[in-house]
Design a protein around this ligand. Structure first.
Ligand code: SAH
Length: 407
């Protein structure tokens, strides 16, 4: 029974029921041809439709005026609105945009679009601009890493292929429309570092990657090298991914070199401990020729001691020459209500220097979007996390640019 003291917007939505509606982006190329034929259109229309979707990044048949009104109606079912845009939040002078979407069953997911190179634009020109979209692969996440906002939500459900592809299309469309500073441009990189564990939704993520990298009109034509799949360490899935013949970058969220600590920080470590994970990561580098990114979020007095830097260097070196990996240090981002804190600046610097001294290639990640809770591990698009005295995110945190309330 509903509790009358809880405002309507804070009550749980109806539990997820069924699968998301089938969408063009869920279909293989032959299935698309068949679907177009079944809708009563001649097969050459399939290519035209694909060009609208993949090349012009348009997902609304109503806008495709080179098709007759009747044909537009007939294919409308293949393009249901899977992501209902609820609003954006921006920071970094508009160069970082977090978007919130509602899915067909009321689940919420977020993406973060980032444009780089704006400050150097005067010298490098618009061609020097790079854009990265951080996408979600699941609603919530079942991996339960205690320092991650999404981890606190638990797994709500896997996203379908088209729900992932649509995030990418909408991000690319935003750039093409010139919605970000620097003028119209294209999407270069997609990182599966939003909500969810991509390798726990392997089939949909893989299909979305294939579609993103297929040349138009079958897909968006992004280079596979521009895609990064980040995992907390599902070893069998890493091994499988290494055999797909896709040169995507693998990022491994390591965060600790020793099992004692990693068991606590990344609970899946109890199943696949550090040694097995690093072996799989090394195997991935061997199989694909791609440098693996080792992610290490620095947490105050927990994993940021010089001895742990030495231990990390030792483990990585033991698996081969330095070229197979790169270490990315991430200053821990604030997650409201969480006791976890970022390392002191001096400890972060000492940790980095210690790695550098042994020859480890290392960078400290510039964490974009912190003020809008859009940085690594901050995505938790869920009103259940909303503090009780604040209005829900759809109403207050994500107003439309014109100030109106999304429906
Ligand atoms: N499930 C995938 C993708 C998740 S998010 C994974 O675990 O890799 C991408 C990265 O952000 C991961 O490295 C994750 O460990 C890290 N992360 C999570 N919470 C964070 C926080 N509060 N501050 C900084 N990084 C965080």
């Amino acid at each position: 029974m509903s509790d009358p003291t809880v405002p309507l917007r804070l009550m749980a939505p109806t539990p997820p029921r069924g699968k998301p509606p089938r969408h063009w982006a869920d279909l293989t190329v032959p299935d698309r041809l068949e679907a177009v034929a079944r809708a009563g259109l001649p097969s050459f229309r399939a290519k035209q439709i694909a060009a609208h979707y993949c090349h012009h990044l348009s997902g609304q048949p109503a806008d495709w005026t080179d098709l007759s009104v009747d044909h537009r109606h007939r294919v409308a079912d293949l393009f249901p609105e899977l992501l209902h845009w609820l609003g954006d939040r921006q920071c970094d002078d508009g160069a970082t945009v977090k978007s919130l979407y509602r899915l067909f069953d009321g689940e919420l997911v977020e993406t973060v679009l980032m444009r780089y190179g704006l400050t150097e634009q005067a010298t490098v020109g618009p061609r020097g601009l790079r854009s990265t979209l951080c996408v979600s692969s699941q609603a919530g996440c079942g991996m339960a890493c205690p320092f991650c906002a999404t981890g606190q939500l638990g797994l709500r459900r896997n996203l379908s292929t088209a729900e992932i592809v649509e995030q990418i299309r909408l991000g690319a469309r935003c750039l093409a429309d010139g919605a970000l500073p620097g003028g119209p441009g294209r999407l270069h990189n997609v990182v599966f570092m939003g909500m969810g564990e991509p390798l726990a939704n392997y089939r949909s993520v893989l299909a979305a990657i294939r579609q993103t990298t297929a040349p138009a009109p079958a897909g968006f034509g992004l280079s596979a090298r521009g895609l990064t799949v980040s995992t907390c360490g599902l070893v069998p899935a890493i091994e499988k991914l290494s055999q797909e013949g896709l040169p995507v970058t693998l990022a491994v969220s390591l965060h600790a070199p020793d099992d004692d600590l990693r068991d606590r920080l990344v609970p899946v470590n109890r199943r696949w401990p550090v040694a097995r994970l690093l072996d799989a990561a090394w195997g991935y580098a061997q199989a694909t020729g791609r440098r693996v990114s080792i992610e290490y979020a620095l947490m105050r007095d927990l994993n940021d001691q010089p001895a742990r830097a030495d231990h990390l260097a030792e483990l990585l070196r033991a698996r081969g020459h330095w070229g197979w990996f790169h270490v990315n240090l991430i200053p821990l981002n604030r997650v409201p209500g969480s006791p976890w804190t970022a390392s002191r600046r001096r400890d972060q610097d000492a940790f980095r220097r210690r790695l550098e001294a042994t020859g480890v290639p290392v960078t400290v990640r510039d964490s974009r979007g912190q003020e809008i809770d859009g940085a690594c591990g901050q995505l938790a698009a869920n009103w259940r996390q909303t503090e009780p005295d604040r209005p829900g995110p759809a109403e207050a945190d994500h107003p439309r640019p014109d100030g109106s309330v999304p429906d």
